[in-house]
Design a protein around this ligand. Structure first.
Ligand SMILES: Nc1ncnc2c1ncn2[C@@H]1O[C@H](COP(=O)(O)OP(=O)(O)OP(=O)(O)O)[C@@H](O)[C@H]1O
Ligand SMILES: [Mg+2]
Length: 339
């Protein structure tokens, strides 16, 4: 197997809050290979954004990463231990360089008082050896590539002068212009209407193929994941409950939570039937359930087991795994020879 581009091992993220220390992410591990698109899916509050931000150390100052949390990135100059980076200078080389991020709300990526072009040029000059003139040409070319017409004129405008869809495209152009090894896309299409959403997804796919970059694609929409990702990681209350290829997770979901998310999707042939969302709400991180964190909402809950101990990860097939007692018992039932 090729060496992963980025490895997340035992990542735990806690926040100091007025109510005490809360756990937002609990010992998660995953890898992303070079050029791979990993979809990270889960309901609101499951910890997707804080995980993504950890990859660039972008979480707020009240964040605690536990001592055994490790995030390693492979670069041309060797392995970088991201959570060990302390100096702003070191971090700025990663941010927008090896790793770029696009956000749900594109305004967050642009400084309001500076033109889009100037920001793109500044970022390019920081992360490459381009001259100002070369950076300008490259930035205009990137704006043109993402489908912004009259790119040379738009280059001198501010983000607030762009329409929503255009801002999203400009943000993608800026994020991709430095040819990052990893692009983090945190719900990049949620705020867009469906037609523009499809265009943006197609655009990202084309550019990824051309630049060979890996993507961490975050969404709560499994439909979008099916269109974009190679592999999927399903997150619930700060834990990874199931991982596998898109085909494995969508065709043969093993974890009851993944099954619930898939059942909640509207089905074209049954548009008249009411949708069946996963029952209940995701608990607050202040009230993490004992045992399996999903047991309070699980239709297959086994009393005395699921509420008592934490399930370990069960391997199902090549690259497909789930953390669930029900899955584990089913697998054991199949493999254990009766006495
Ligand atoms: N700076 C912070 N201080 C305290 N708690 C935080 C902070 N940032 C995030 N959290 C908490 O961590 C948990 C995970 O948040 P996160 O933003 O990662 O969720 P998410 O999966 O991205 O949800 P969404 O789909 O709504 O974007 C939430 O309970 C959130 O309230
Ligand atoms: Mg989020």
């Amino acid at each position: 197997m090729t060496q992963p581009l980025i490895s997340v091992e035992n990542l735990s993220i806690k926040f100091h809050t007025d109510e005490g220390l809360i756990t937002a992410v609990d010992k998660i591990s995953f890898d992303i290979a070079p050029g791979e698109v990993l979809g990270l899916v889960g309901e609101s509050g499951s910890g997707k954004s804080v995980t993504a931000k950890a990859l660039m150390q972008l979480n707020s100052s009240n964040t605690v990463y536990t001592d055994d949390s490790r995030i390693t990135l492979q670069t041309d100059d060797g392995t970088i231990d991201i959570l060990e980076l302390k100096k702003a200078k070191e971090l700025n080389l990663i941010r927008g360089g090896a790793i770029s991020m696009i956000f749900q709300e594109p305004m967050a990526s642009f400084a309001p008082a500076i033109t889009v072009g100037k920001q793109m040029v500044e970022q390019l000059m920081l992360h490459s050896s381009m001259t100002k003139k070369e950076a300008r040409e490259h930035a205009i070319d990137m704006l043109d590539r993402v489908g912004i017409s009259d790119a040379a004129r738009r280059f001198d405008q501010h983000a607030f002068e762009f329409s929503g869809g255009m801002r999203q495209r400009a943000m993608i152009a800026m994020a991709l212009s430095t040819k990052p090894k990893l692009l983090i896309a945190d719900e990049p299409t949620t705020a867009l209407d469906v037609t523009i959403q499809a265009q943006v997804i197609d655009l990202m796919k084309d550019l990824v193929e051309e630049f060979g970059m890996a993507i961490l694609f975050i969404t709560h929409d499994l439909g979008v994941i099916a269109q974009t990702a190679d592999r999927v990681a399903v997150m619930y209350l700060g834990e990874l409950v199931e991982t596998g290829s898109v085909r494995q997770v969508i065709r043969e979901p093993a974890h009851p939570y993944t099954q619930g998310l898939l059942n909640a999707l509207p089905k074209l042939e049954k548009l008249d039937e009411p949708l069946t969302p996963v029952p209940g709400d995701i608990p607050s991180p202040l009230e993490r359930p004992s045992g399996c964190v999903f047991h309070t909402r699980c239709s297959q809950f086994i009393e005395g087991t699921c509420d008592a101990s934490i399930p370990s990860v069960t391997a199902l097939a090549d690259g497909h795994a789930a953390a669930c007692f029900v899955v584990d018992q089913a697998v054991r039932g199949k493999t254990e020879v009766p006495a």
